[in-house]
Write a protein that binds this ligand. Structure first.
Ligand code: NAD
Length: 572
């Protein structure tokens, strides 16, 4: 039973934001009234982001505390969730809550500028860092998979990944297809929380995009959110709709009900080679990827009854899918892995050529990382859409010479429906983030917008070690060096982030990555201006240093031009 103390939780329950007797009912909190004892936005912001990531409009499976990405959770159990909420409601402004893999273990007196929460998720000693051991420990209730932003309370719905996906497709068009995706065909799979951004991102680029998804409910969800234009369970019909739109050079997004391991070979068999092929099934976790020949209900049954058999079948299906992706590449398609580790799964199932196509960061994103550029995101903590639109206007005037950014803001305004707290994601680099953060804080101070939360994806410049994703093919071979995310978290804690997290396994699965995240609340005070200036400098700044240190020339240039001090990188 819940053990909340004091008035705030009674209000929270009375208002229906959380019903302990119906545990799946967590609803986003909006408005100006604060529920926390501290009456400080630095703490209230934490509470609101936790509730936001579990809102049914945001989370994939809120009943099980799963936010996105296979089984990426916000808290280890409902009991842990209640204890976290209790701690946040009652803590003081000079205390820090310590969360160990989704369970709150301590509240210590620290100081006002220290983080209000520090979180570590799914960390294992390297020798024990694999899924089998993780699942054993998870079953004993000792740990939790936090994915990237789920366990860091920094998920903003599918928009969070939308801009990155939009830019990735645009880069592919610029690099290989003469600059435009109009009249082009994209084939991909997975309409989950991340993958669900693909149809809209493809359409926003002017392409015809077919997304294969095995679960009808996920297709319906995407139709409801406006991320899909249409859907069918017939491959012929999907191809027909796509080809007609391509002739008219019109963007269209089509959901295709089916299994990627079956549909990809079917398309190849018909001699059709899409222009771009990728995939966002949850391949990082062989217990989440659905093997061929099964619907989600069969899969759930087999997963419970015989997990070993399930994993074997899932890996064989992934192998089959990757073999076809390689064949598409050999026939001229642009093929890349989209951050889910499917090549490694296929390789382990015995397919030696699995790495014949590259990962998306190495292929398209790295130059942005060299400048400390990455997915910076923010939400209106009072839940006011017009605060986001006001900031859109500020972006369009402050960064008017950044055409990539202004084009995105205009498109996002038109196409993106908010989920949970109204939010925006934009890719900003070193210098730009601190500038925009301070501007935001001054608008809060003037009362033109309400308090804001700032965070970022863990897919970012200096906060990740992930050799099959963010750090694949680093110039100096430092792909597996995992000091950088740890340094990122330590530095951001020192700089005054409102919360800091370190995670293991996000994106690519246990054993394959270490990464760090942040949350920063802007309440308009001079104190939060200081936090913004420092954190929004250290966070992208370390990304520039990480890439300069690895020998990237553009990163060295940015470091030297912007005056980032480094004892080991010499500027002439
Ligand atoms: P999710 O679990 O929310 O959704 C996955 C979807 O794939 C589900 O709808 C499921 O029904 C479907 N699916 C499973 N097996 C399938 C199959 N064989 N054929 C067709 N559909 C199938 O996951 P998500 O949050 O969308 O993430 C997808 C993958 O992307 C994960 O591996 C995640 O780790 C990775 N990821 C990518 C990025 C990125 O930047 N691109 C970021 C974070 C995570």
């Amino acid at each position: 039973m819940v053990k909340y103390s004091g008035r705030p939780i009674e209000v929270l329950i009375r208002e229906g934001y959380y019903k302990p007797w119906e545990r799946q009912r967590v609803r986003v909190i909006k408005g100006e009234e604060m529920f926390t004892k501290s009456q400080s936005w630095q703490i209230e912001g934490v509470l609101r982001m936790l509730f936001h990531v579990l809102d049914p409009e945001v989370a994939k499976d809120p009943e099980h505390l799963i936010v996105y990405g296979g089984t990426g959770r916000a808290a280890r159990s409902w009991e842990a969730f209640e204890d976290i909420v209790d701690a946040i409601l009652t803590m003081d402004e000079d205390e820090t809550l310590v969360v160990q893999s989704g369970k709150p273990v301590a509240v210590f007196k620290t100081h006002r500028m220290a983080p209000r929460v520090v979180i570590s998720n799914a960390m294992l000693v390297p020798k024990w860092a694999d899924w089998e051991i993780f699942w054993e420990l998870e079953k004993k209730g000792l740990t939790m998979f936090g994915q990237m932003t789920a366990g860091c309370w920094a998920y903003i719905g599918t928009q969070g990944i939308l801009q990155g996906t939009y830019e990735t497709f645009a880069f592919a068009g610029e690099k290989y297809l003469g600059g435009s995706l109009e009249g082009r065909l994209i084939l991909t799979a997975g309409l989950g929380e991340m993958g669900g951004a693909q149809p809209l991102a493809g359409k926003m680029n002017g392409a015809a995009i077919i997304v294969v998804e095995v679960d009808k409910k996920m297709i319906e969800r995407r139709m409801r959110h406006g991320y899909l234009d249409t859907w069918t369970d017939s491959l012929d019909r999907a191809l027909d709709i796509a080809l007609r739109a391509m002739e008219r050079r019109e963007g269209i997004s089509i959901g295709l009900l089916g299994n990627a391991a079956e549909i990809y070979p079917e398309i190849l068999k018909r001699g059709i080679v899409p222009d771009i092929v990728t995939d966002q099934t949850p391949a990082h976790d062989p217990l989440s990827y659905i093997p061929e020949g099964m619907d989600p209900d069969d899969a759930e049954k087999l997963r419970d009854e015989n997990p070993d058999e399930y994993i074997k079948r899932a890996r064989m299906s992934m192998k089959k899918q990757v073999e076809v992706m390689v064949e598409f590449k050999r026939r001229g398609a642009i093929v890349f892995e989209y951050g889910n580790n499917i090549r490694k799964q296929a390789y382990e199932a015995g397919y030696r050529d699995a790495f014949e196509f590259p990962g998306f960061v190495q292929e398209f994103i790295r130059p942005m990382f060299e400048e400390g550029r990455g997915p910076f995101r923010y939400t209106s903590l009072r839940g006011e859409p017009k605060d986001i639109y006001r900031l859109d206007d500020e972006l369009l005037s402050t960064f008017s010479d950044n055409k990539r950014l202004t084009r995105w803001v205009e498109k996002a305004r038109k196409h993106v429906k908010f989920q949970g707290l109204p939010a925006r994601v934009i890719w900003l680099g070193y210098g730009e983030r601190a500038r925009f953060g301070k501007l935001m804080n001054s608008l809060v101070r003037l009362g033109e917008i309400g308090p804001m939360w700032i965070g970022r994806d863990h897919l970012d410049s200096g906060s990740v070690a992930s050799p099959y994703r963010e750090t694949e093919g680093m110039l100096d071979g430092s792909d597996a060096i995992a000091d950088w995310p740890i340094l990122n978290a330590l530095l951001n804690a020192a700089a005054g982030a409102t919360w800091v997290c370190v995670h293991h396994g996000g994106g690519v699965g246990i054993g394959y990555s270490i990464h760090a995240g942040i949350g920063l609340v802007l309440d308009g005070s001079p104190e939060s201006e200081l936090r913004a200036e420092r954190v929004l400098t250290t966070d992208p700044g370390l990304g520039v240093v990480r890439h300069a240190d690895a020998g990237y020339e553009r990163a060295k240039r940015v470091l030297c031009e912007k005056g980032i001090k480094s004892p080991s990188i010499k500027c002439s």
